[in-house]
Design a protein. Structure first.
Lengths: 758, 288
């Protein structure tokens, strides 16, 4: 047999060295390996492989292949129907895929040769039958065969004036062919295409089949524009990450990634091949969506970390005990539904523990009270439990124990009394193992006893085996100066960090989902939030209420240990002023925090005052607390004003977004108007406020009025606004040229009396 | 591998007096079948199972320039007697030059490794010895003649005449492969895409894998071992499938019992990935 194989291999080498030898070699080989040869399995494998290789080879022309292919279907039919070897069958199917178009061409040219076409038809039926039931390794070969049939039996030809001689398609079939009915073949082609497309929407755990189909679609789209639409629709509805919902085994991971990648390669190939394709927009969208989905599915960094792998069973005794200890209510509720079963004691001598144990639950019975290393905790727990003990349950339980005890004493009357000590007066602590919350103390007196006897906790010693905890020697206490110094350094570090994040953050899209918290992503915004809260909240309420309000906007001279807030405030102020136009948002969020904190403090102060007045001891400073908001806001505005230009819309934004406006703040605008260039800006700000912040309307018009009075250059613009806002005020510009207070303002009351409003 | 720009003047100075530094001759063909690896260790494989190239799967390794990663893998597979060919998917062969903006560029399929070796050793022997390029080229010219481009490959075209002296040539005469292993996702995409362009005319299934390997000598060595591991695992399963034949119920079983080679590939890859978690893998069944 090896001799035959060697000869065959030599023939193959000959053909490989020159493709022109194939036409001579194939007829010589077929009788040895093909139908009716009764060759053994190795030879048949070789034969099937060789046929697949020979007809696929690009080294000899298709016309010659067509004539040589005629002898092959018979052998293929035998391979498929008789030989039960997977390798042979696979190769046979693949050969069939290669020769199908050849036989089709031959049949068109020679309508009288019905025999060959019938053989081919039988082969086709055989392959289609395998399509559903065969192992996937065979099915992928069937898919390839289907692809060739579809390619052959759909009309090709993009341009009928330039037929491609190598393209075997429905276009070369005459409508009135005797053997090949055009309509039937066309319908079959479409049907088989649907069958292929169904596969990619089916079970994805069989990635072999799905990627095999996806990788056959490229050439179909390329060569069969008539089917391209349908295929593309189907692919665009394909979800390569369908397995994302099934367990993420290593295999599924690989499969999903591979499916996604394969789909991408197919679509990118379509995009590149035909840049004018009307579907390209949709393909792009699909690719982007897939990309995002893949990130979602595979990107662990955005996920929560999984639950830590802890031993859930018995491995870590300490942990288990603690878990139990944290579930005190359970015993109080369980017995309500399940009365204590009067379990009988096992025959023979019994221990105290068995005598008192009523619960059938081995876990509860085996519970070791010594897990409570802290007697305080145990006492607390016991008292709570006693309060919730059901009286009838308790009575039943006592009866059960009593009857057990009586039984014992009667049966073991001969035994020494010491072996059965009276159970009732036993204090609980002496019987720690029997700790059973429901049935533990028998009456109030014993509760008292047990509580009395608890404090001597010698019995509750922690296990002596544990190592003593190692303690670092205590550091020497810091001096006040050092504290302040280190505090400042850390504040400076925090701002330094902010600066470096600024650099990094540029252009980086922020990913905000449901998980967003104020300070969760360590970006610029979260640091700002953290810092402004540090400034406002940390030491809030710790100030000495009697200290009073210091010099208004100065920060420097506030003494004391709470300068950390002010150090942070200083830092924020400098940070904002460094580039205030771009950092308006930071200023707003900081000031909002300040304002909110002030409100909180005021609220709690109010409550405290109420309580305090009840005690007849009204703290002096609290109602007067001025808060930090105003101080900081004014400081910021004063800092900005010198730099504001007359076109700066950022000032408008800043003022309008301030959480609270008052006279002091707006009065800064009057100050700004002293610069004639910026009068318009301040009027614009005021107008904006009037329009969009109704609560401050009256304040705005007051300010306008003031402006009108003190600044004659501002009169035209201010007057225009005032005319609308305060129609009740008559503005008399006695002398436009006179400086200062030349104008007069009169307020008309409804009754017509004119008052001097100065 | 990038050259230090501060050394450029030194490099130029050396170029001006080429006579002082004669280009070292290409290393002689290694006498041992297992030459020392790039890291100095000897790569003698530990008792490999005997592989018969005639019945083995046929492999193809692919990287960008068919120089470093694919050639390292090519060598390791060939040394294990696996039929192997190798390609690059780039438009040109790109090798690091004296600076990052001056790469050395060559054409695929025409410039031989020997020519490149000569040219570089004349250009600046010291630099290219230091960054390992000459060593790499010396290895490559013992493996095959010239870098080949995947996109220019005609599957099914006999390699009997042009490539019979390449290492790992035994078994690849017919110019088809069963497994393609790429070394970078970009190459994986390029291969899948190019196979669409080639149109699958051979009607032959081919398993395309990607094993992500960074492009430096050390990683290429590790990656080559990983690829060899993958190839041997695949080949073992494929060989087992060939043994099961005849009428012993190959398609009567159910479930995994009747799974052949093709079906088990995702599983093999997943297991392999467990062994090599740092080399992320992809896979697809494509058509030649």
């Amino acid at each position: 047999m090896t001799q035959i194989l060697d000869q065959l291999e030599a023939a193959r080498k000959l053909a490989l060295s020159d493709g022109a030898n194939y036409p001579n070699i194939i007829p010589g080989v077929l009788p040895i390996v093909g139908a009716n040869s009764n060759a053994n399995i190795e030879v048949r494998r070789w034969g099937a492989d060789f046929l697949a290789e020979a007809f696929a080879s690009p080294t000899w022309p298709p016309e010659v292949k067509e004539s040589r292919a005629l002898g092959v279907p018979e052998s293929l039919k035998e391979y498929l129907e008789v030989v039960q070897d997977r390798a042979v069958i696979k190769s046979a199917i693949l050969t069939a895929a290669t020769i199908y178009p050849l036989i089709y061409r031959h049949t068109i040219a020679d309508p009288n040769d019905s025999h060959t076409w019938q053989l081919m038809h039988a082969i086709k039926l055989n392959i289609l039958q395998r399509m559903d039931a065969a192992p996937s390794g065979v099915r992928i070969c069937c898919v390839k065969f289907l692809q060739q049939v579809v390619l052959t039996q759909t009309p090709g030809m993009v341009d009928p004036r330039r037929p491609d001689p190598n393209d075997t398609s429905l276009a070369i079939l005459p409508r009135n062919h005797a053997l090949l009915p055009y309509g039937n073949l066309e319908a079959e082609g479409h049907g088989l295409l649907d069958r292929m497309l169904d596969i990619i929407h089916g079970d994805h755990s069989d990635a072999l089949l799905v990627t095999a189909v996806l990788n056959t679609l490229g050439i179909l789209i390329q060569r069969r524009p008539i089917a391209a639409n349908k295929i593309l629709q189907s692919v665009l509805n394909f979800n390569p990450l369908k397995l994302a919902n099934s367990p993420m085994t290593p295999k599924n991971r690989v499969i999903m990634k591979s499916l996604e990648r394969t789909t991408r390669a197919l679509l990118v190939n379509i995009l590149k091949r035909n840049p004018e394709n009307p579907h390209n927009g949709r393909i792009q969208q699909y690719l982007e969506r897939m990309h995002r989905m893949r990130l979602d599915v595979f990107d662990e960094s955005s996920r929560k970390r999984p639950a830590p792998a802890e031993p859930t069973d018995g491995l870590d005794a300490a942990k288990r005990q603690r878990l139990r200890a944290n579930v005190p209510p359970a015993p109080t509720t369980v017995p309500v539904s399940a009365p204590p079963p009067a379990t009988t004691l096992p025959p023979g001598p019994v221990t105290h523990r068995q005598l008192f144990t009523l619960t059938p639950d081995a876990g509860a019975a085996g519970f070791d009270v010594q897990a409570f290393t802290d007697p305080e905790q145990l006492v607390n727990l016991t008292v709570r439990l006693l309060q919730s003990v059901d009286e009838s349950q308790l009575g039943k339980a006592i009866n059960v124990v009593r009857s057990r005890y009586l039984n014992l004493t009667t049966t073991a009357s001969g035994a020494p009394a010491a072996s059965a000590p009276p159970p009732a007066p036993q204090p609980v602590v002496d019987d720690e193992e029997d700790y059973e919350p429901d049935f533990e103390p028998e009456d109030a007196e014993q509760v008292a006893n047990s509580l009395d006897s608890l404090p001597p906790t010698d019995t509750l010693e922690p296990p002596s085996t544990s190592l003593a905890p190692y303690k670092l020697p205590e550091a020497p206490p810091l001096t006040e100066q050092e504290v302040r110094q280190y505090g400042e350094v850390s504040v400076r570090n925090a701002f330094g960090m902010l600066g470096s994040i600024d650099e990094k953050d540029k252009g980086k899209p922020t990913k905000v989902g449901f998980n967003r918290l104020a300070g969760s992503d360590y970006g610029r915004d979260s640091w700002i939030t953290i810092l402004s809260r540090l400034a406002t909240r940390t030491s809030a309420g710790l100030d000495d209420p009697d200290e009073g309000v210091k010099d208004e906007f100065a920060v420097k001279n506030i003494k004391g240990n709470f300068s950390i807030s002010d150090a942070v405030r200083d830092g924020l102020y400098t940070y904002i002023m460094y580039d205030w136009r771009k950092r308006i948002d930071i200023a707003i969020s900081w000031l909002t925090e300040e304002w909110y904190n002030d409100n909180l403090l005021r609220h709690s102060a109010k409550i405290a005052t109420k309580a305090g007045s009840l005690n007849g001891n009204t703290p002096s400073g609290i109602p007067a607390t001025k808060g930090n908001y105003e101080r900081c806001a004014l400081r910021l505005i004063d800092g900005m004003l010198p730099f504001v230009e007359h076109t700066d819309k950022s000032l408008l934004r800043f003022i309008s977004e301030l959480p609270k406006l008052d006279h002091d703040i707006l009065a800064r605008l009057i100050k700004m108007s002293e610069d004639p260039e910026r009068i318009d800006l301040s009027c614009k700000v005021l107008q904006y406020l009037h329009m969009f912040r109704p609560p401050v309307r009256s304040l705005v018009s007051d300010i306008l009025l003031e402006l009108w009075k003190v600044n004659h250059r501002a009169r035209p613009s201010a007057g225009k606004l005032l005319k609308h806002y305060r129609p009740d005020v008559t503005l008399e510009d006695t002398n436009g040229a006179s400086a200062g207070d030349g104008g007069e303002v009169k307020v008309e009351h409804t009754n017509g009396v004119i008052q001097q409003a100065s | 591998m990038s050259a230090d720009p501060r050394l450029r003047s030194r490099a130029a100075a050396q170029q001006q007096q080429p006579t002082t530094v004669p280009p070292p001759p290409p290393p002689p063909p290694s006498e041992s079948p297992y030459p020392a690896g790039l890291d100095g260790t000897s790569d003698v494989p530990a008792a490999k199972p005997a592989v018969d190239p005639r019945s083995s799967l046929r492999f193809c390794t692919v990287c960008a320039s068919n120089q470093n990663r694919s050639m390292e893998a090519h060598l390791q597979l060939a040394l294990a007697n696996l039929p192997t060919i190798s390609f690059g998917t780039g438009s040109l062969v790109r090798l690091p030059g004296p600076s990052i903006t001056q790469p050395n560029v060559y054409h695929f399929n025409s410039t031989t490794y020997r020519q490149i070796h000569q040219e570089l050793s004349q250009q600046n022997a010291q630099l290219y010895t230091a960054n390992g390029l000459l060593n790499m080229l010396g290895r490559n010219l013992n493996i095959k003649g010239y870098p080949e481009r995947f996109q220019d490959w005609v599957p099914g075209k006999s390699r009997l005449n042009d490539h019979k002296d390449d290492q790992g040539a035994a078994g690849t005469e017919s110019g088809v492969v069963d497994v393609v292993i790429t070394c970078e996702e970009r190459c994986f995409d390029a291969v899948l895409e190019d196979l669409h362009n080639k149109g699958g005319k051979l009607n032959r299934p081919v398993h395309v894998f990607n094993v992500d390997i960074r492009d430096n000598h050390e990683e290429a060595l590790v990656g080559g071992k990983a690829i060899l591991d993958l190839a041997l695992s695949l080949n073992e399963v494929a060989a087992r499938e060939r043994e099961i034949h005849g009428d012993n119920g190959w398609d009567r079983g159910s479930g995994s019992a009747r799974d052949g080679f093709d079906e088990r590939v995702p599983e093999i890859l997943a297991t392999w990935q467990g062994r090599w978690p740092n080399l992320p893998a992809l896979w697809s069944l494509a058509w030649l």
